[in-house]
Design a protein around this ligand. Sequence first.
Ligand SMILES: O=C(O)CCC(=O)C(=O)O
Ligand SMILES: [Fe+2]
Length: 345
Amino acid sequence: MAAQQEESLLARCAIPIIDLAHIGTDVCPMKSVLRRIGQQLFTALSAKGLAVLVNHGIADEKLKAVYADLDNFCALPEGCQAQYLRNPVSNHGYVKPGMEQFDTTKKELRHSFNITTLSAATMPAQEDVPEFTKHAVPLAQDLTNLSRVVLQALAYAMGVPPSSLLASHSGMLTPEGRNPSTMRLLYYPPVPPEDVGPCNQNDAVHYTRCGAHADYGTFTLLAQDSEGGLEVKLNGSDKWEKVGHLPGAILVQSGEFLAAWTANVLPALVHRVVVPPGEYARARGRHCVAFFCHPDTDAVLPPLPLRAVATPPPPTFTPHTHLTLHNRLLNAAHHLQKRFRETYA
Ligand SMILES: O=C(O)CCC(=O)C(=O)O
Ligand SMILES: [Fe+2]
């Protein structure tokens, strides 16, 4: 009997799929392809808040290698992990379950390793996780380059010079710490069989994987394994919908900075990761890699010359109340620090 496909946005072809074949390189992309991709991305992000990239050139093996490295990191003794704990200033390092909470009513079972600089000295040492740096650095570079392609494509669609958007994001993963962009490796461990506590329902521990939120930056690139659980609220809708899985694809989700900069023409995508139902799914771990693309800390972006877009639907979520406008120029740095204070213990 054929396996039944799960009902999801991807299964219903409800997320625009954008083909990056023939793009060239991030340094010298094909202008005609960039323009086409820019239009498709802009349309997708304005209507849905997300799109799917295929033929992006990042091999699945590279993702699987970092998933395995993170598993090895999570298996280290707590004392050894402790030396790599997240640095609150740089945001680089290991975030153990409970350290970052989006939903305070549930226990969020999630291990993350944030990478904000590629210096080997800040990565797990070879004797702890032998190939961590060897795998993570090239993947971070690939995702930085892919972000540069997305930025240039968006610039075309927004009517600003691609070089201006690249310039305002020029510090991604550079050692000077002038750009908060982050590659995050995520592992969600299996969830205990039932949400029941030792005595009665009031003592029950309620688990989730990642509470509802929108990401803070320009956009997020997201590669996930096939375990499922990612849900989104499409713009204008209050309903949670499963994203589903398309092998090899990378999702693009718009973030709060982009929403603020475009006056919600490109609204931030609200998302969460739930524990899929059923004993089998609960007993399985989930892996994913997110690349949070942010503007430079000192970047000030001008109001956009957006051509009047047909009145955007009312946003599901108005996330940009902390984004500050200085003389009508948008500065993202304070906003990010505020979000970190809200979510990190
Ligand atoms: O695991 C995922 O699919 C999403 C993770 C996420 O939303 C985040 O870390 O901000
Ligand atoms: Fe997120």
